[in-house]
Each structure stands twice: as structure tokens, then as C-alpha cells.
Design a protein around this ligand. Structure first.
Ligand code: ZN
Length: 454
């Protein structure tokens, strides 16, 4: 136990600079020794170019007036600080940058690293010592891994993520620590453990209606914001093929969805094969994750239920690497996946299925989440809609579009900036230079020598 607490202390000192300055990006805190009223903090964000509502036309030379954690209004031109009274006013000069809402990634695995490696391992600890099980040790190491990955994600301009699948308490603890302003990372919605069909062992496996209800409630009781299920098996196994049968029986799927919905939680279904996608939509899930082989006859089901498609095209980068050494049935599965995934996503998009961007970071690299949007554009999606998938549609998918996803009065101040026009070149979003979340600045790189805004 001593070792564990030392590790946590080391993390606090090394990877959590915020802990050294708790007030640095916290909301104004009342001074216990002072009776002076707490003054609002107003930040005037001068945007050379502003894409306030992705999908609508951008504007030039605007000032976003941020009061504490909220967007108060957007002014035409550059507002002078003297015009704001009774507040602590500061100015952020983004006059030569392209400003847009904080990005949202609907499918990440913060506790996982590409290739299955953790950042470090606890060495020399026996399984028996002080009752520390492998699961407990994993929970601790994954807390540190997920904090490091959360920070990378935020610095890449992603201010909100859905973490879809992490066993143990670490992800709930991380979500809370970030929400309290103690650690740096995106706003996290987590599903805790992913549900899959199997003997009822308490870790997410369930079998039969009662067992699946119980497993769903267990995730909710652990603090889940949504429920994630494996409606098909993993895409990296032969059973992830196009014509594979669904994993769950229809009554099990329905039991999970109804239980989650009864507690006002949404359900995200990992599904590759055609039958699994249809079965999950029939049961009423709110999003299909991956949807690699989304068949034409699933499109009316999406429309009927309002479900989103979260395509995770970024996993193709891994498949292109792995296919070199693949053999037999797995090679055929991978070839078919690469041939169909993009075109089937585009068919769904063109038919009006809402696309919410999800990168599967954790399977891929953390902090490179915007690569996903580059792949949408490569498949033929206009850049404006790719950006919409990572902002407006993400906010709708999690039911938070009243306060996230755009830069509009009353919304939470999640704002990022890049040095080049992402509508002209979507890869500009892979070089974020400014990040504000909840009205606090987490990144503001020195301005480039020349103004890119023309
Ligand atoms: Zn995933």
C-alpha cells in the first residue's frame, strides 16, 4: 500500500502540474480572510476568424466575451477592455488565428495505449501482498495512464470525450478530479465496463435478461454516464466479419437498453457485422460504434430511432499496418473491412444518418484524435460537416447540445484555435495552438510570425 501511495504522490508531482497551483484554473474562489465580493472574471477572446457554429458560415474579427465559465456574448470587431466594468478583465489575442468550439471525441479509451502497453508497470509486487489483486493494480496503473492520455487529448483541442470501456474505479475518479479542476483533461463521460455476453462474473459479462439488467445497473451504480455494449465481437477477430451473427440475443439487448433508458442513460453499441448493427438498432441503442459494414437496410432503422453512427475510421491506420503480416481468414476480414468501412459510412452520411466523430484513441494514438476528421474528408465529406461531426453532433449525441458544441451566448466556454483555415485544410485541426475549457486557458502557444488570416 505504501508503494501505491508513493506512486500516486509521484503522479501528483510530475504529471499533474495543476495540483501545485490549485487556483490557477479554478473558478474565482472566495478569500476566507476577505469580505470583498468575488468579482467576475471576464476574458475577451479576440478571434481573427470565428467558426462559432460549425456548419454555418465563419465570421471575421469577432470578440467572444467569456464571463467565468460561460460565453456571455459575441461582439462584432474587437471589444475594448475598458468597456467592461465590475469585473477582472483580460484580453486574449487570437487575431491571427482561426477560432472554433472545443472538439468532442465520442469514442476513446483513455486507459489503453496503442499496442496494449501501459506507460509503466508496478514491478516486484506479489499478487498476495496486502490483498492487492491484479485488478486493483491495474486500476492504479490505469489511473496514471489515463491521466497522461487525458492531458494529451485536451492539449489536442478535445474538450469533451466519451470513454467507452474501462474496468475499475480509475476512470470515474479521473472524471471527477478533472471536473473539480484538480487534474488537466477533457470533460469525460464514461461507460465504465463494457457489457458482453458471458457468464455473470461481475465485470461486465451477462447472460439472460435478469443478468443483463443487473450488469447494466452495476455500471450505473459505479457512476456510468452511458452504457457500452459489445453487440458484435471485436473487429480484430475473424468473428468481426461482415456476415458474423450478433453476440447478444434480442431479449438481452432489449433488457440492457430498457434498463439504461429507464435511468436516462444512453447506450453505445460496438458493432461491425451487418446483423449485429440491425439487432442493436432494433433494440433501440443510441449509437452504433464503428459500424464497419453498415448495410443499406440499417439506414431506415437509424432514421426511426435517431441513432448516431460513430465510425472510428482511424482504426484503418492500425489495420493497414497489421494487414502486412495477416494470414488466412483474418486477412480476408481485414481486406473486406478496408474496402467497405469508408464507403458504407459515406452512404449512411449521404442518407442523412447523423455522424458523430470518434477516433478509438487507445487503439490508435492519443492526442491525434483529429486524424479521424481528415479521414472523413478523404472519403468525400465536406470539411464543414467533418467539423460538425466533432462538435455539434457530439453534443447532440450526449444530450448536452444546450451547453456544448458551439460558441453561442449561454454556452460553456470551450474554445480552441488553430493557425490555418480548417475548412480549407482539415489537417489544420491536428495543430491546435489554443485551448480553453470551462473558461480556463490550458494552452496558448506563442503567435506565429505571420498572420495566416487573410
Ligand atoms: Zn473502441
Amino acid at each position: 500500500m505504501k508503494r501505491l501511495s508513493l506512486l500516486l504522490a509521484a503522479c501528483a508531482a510530475v504529471c499533474c502540474p495543476a495540483l501545485a497551483h490549485p487556483g490557477e484554473f479554478g473558478l474565482p474562489e472566495p478569500d476566507a480572510n476577505s469580505h470583498a465580493p468575488v468579482r467576475d472574471k471576464v476574458v475577451l477572446v479576440q478571434a481573427g476568424w470565428l467558426l462559432a457554429v460549425p456548419g454555418a458560415a465563419p465570421a471575421r474579427e469577432r470578440t467572444i466575451v467569456v464571463r467565468n465559465d460561460r460565453i456571455e456574448r459575441i461582439d462584432t470587431g474587437y471589444t475594448r477592455p475598458e468597456t467592461i466594468t465590475n469585473a477582472d478583465v483580460s484580453v486574449l489575442d487570437l487575431r491571427n488565428r482561426y477560432v472554433l468550439p472545443g472538439l468532442m471525441d465520442m469514442h476513446v479509451h483513455l486507459s489503453m495505449n496503442s499496442g496494449g502497453e501501459t506507460a509503466f508497470r508496478i514491478r516486484g509486487v506479489s499478487d498476495e501482498i496486502e490483498g492487492a489483486t491484479a485488478a486493483q493494480r491495474n486500476d492504479v496503473t490505469q489511473l496514471i495512464d489515463s491521466e497522461l492520455n487525458a492531458r494529451k487529448t485536451l492539449m489536442a483541442g478535445y474538450t469533451t470525450v466519451r470513454n467507452v470501456g474501462s474496468e475499475g474505479w480509475h476512470i470515474v475518479a479521473l472524471r471527477e478530479a478533472i471536473a473539480a479542476g484538480k487534474l488537466e483533461g477533457p470533460r469525460i463521460l464514461t461507460s465504465v465496463a463494457t457489457l458482453y455476453p458471458g457468464s455473470d462474473d461481475g465485470s461486465g459479462a451477462c447472460s439472460g435478461v435478469e443478468s443483463c439488467r443487473r450488469a447494466t445497473r452495476r455500471q450505473i451504480d459505479m457512476g456510468a454516464d452511458l452504457i457500452k455494449i459489445y453487440a458484435s465481437c471485436s473487429g480484430s477477430r475473424p468473428c468481426g466479419r461482415q456476415d458474423a451473427p450478433p453476440t447478444f440475443l434480442p431479449d438481452e439487448l432489449k433488457a440492457i437498453v430498457d434498463t439504461a433508458h429507464s435511468r436516462q442513460l444512453r447506450v453505445a453499441a460496438h458493432a461491425h457485422g451487418e446483423a449485429a448493427i440491425r439487432a442493436a438498432l432494433d433494440a433501440g441503442v443510441n449509437s452504433i460504434e464503428h459500424g464497419s459494414f453498415t448495410p443499406p437496410d440499417a439506414i431506415p432503422l437509424f432514421k426511426k430511432t435517431g441513432a448516431f453512427l460513430v465510425p472510428t475510421l482511424s482504426v484503418q491506420d492500425n489495420i493497414r499496418k497489421d494487414i502486412v503480416t495477416a494470414k488466412g481468414s483474418m486477412l480476408a476480414v481485414m481486406q473486406n473491412f478496408l474496402a467497405k468501412h469508408g464507403p458504407r459510412m459515406m452512404a449512411a452520411y449521404r442518407a442523412g444518418v447523423p455522424i458523430a466523430a470518434g477516433s478509438d484513441a487507445g487503439i490508435g494514438v492519443h492526442g491525434n484524435n483529429a486524424r479521424e476528421l481528415e479521414l472523413y474528408v478523404k472519403e468525400g465529406m465536406p470539411a464543414a460537416d467533418a467539423i460538425k461531426a466533432a462538435t455539434v453532433n457530439g453534443a447532440r449525441l450526449i444530450g448536452r447540445d444546450a451547453e456544448l458544441g458551439t460558441i453561442e451566448p449561454g454556452k460553456i466556454a470551450d474554445i480552441i484555435a488553430v493557425g490555418a483555415d480548417p475548412l480549407a485544410d482539415i489537417t489544420a485541426l491536428q495543430h491546435v495552438t489554443f485551448v480553453m475549457k470551462d473558461g480556463h486557458v490550458f494552452r496558448d502557444d506563442p503567435a506565429p510570425a505571420e498572420s495566416p488570416a487573410k
